[in-house]
Ligand binder design. Structure first.
Ligand SMILES: [Zn+2]
Length: 61
């Protein structure tokens, strides 16, 4: 995924803006990292794909 996408993404759980934590980047593309929202919902980025299904928080949205 590309960094620019983060600016238009919202947390699918609570609808707030997402913050990007980059762990691995290649040619301007995020390969591995995390997205975290204001309410600490966390989504993993793996192999360049955001996994919105792996939300770590156990609370229901
Ligand atoms: Zn959220």
């Amino acid at each position: 995924m590309y960094k620019e996408i983060v600016e238009i993404l919202k947390c699918p759980c609570c609808g707030t803006d997402l913050e990007l934590i980059t762990e691995k980047e290649e040619n301007g593309e995020i390969i591995e990292g995390q997205l975290t929202c204001a309410q600490k919902h966390t989504y993993k980025i793996f192999a360049g794909i955001i996994d919105f299904g792996a939300e770590e928080q156990k609370d229901s949205c």
